[in-house]
Design a protein. Structure first.
Length: 59
């Protein structure tokens, strides 16, 4: 998404429905301000998993 542009869940789901097979479509869409990264710039997937589990009462 470009600077100053907005994106909503409906737009994402519509795009995915039109371009992806059903099994590839996301079940949950979560908006975050920042994605945790290491100093090397890699995404910290364990932190994302932790946040997901915490938000969904699975942890």
């Amino acid at each position: 998404v470009g600077h100053g542009e907005t994106l909503d869940e409906t737009a994402i789901l519509t795009h995915c429905t039109n371009h992806l097979a059903k099994f590839k479509q996301p079940k949950i869409i979560r908006f975050v301000d920042t994605i945790p990264k290491t100093p090397a710039g890699k995404v910290q997937k364990p932190l994302l998993r932790e946040a997901y589990l915490k938000d969904n009462g699975l942890s």
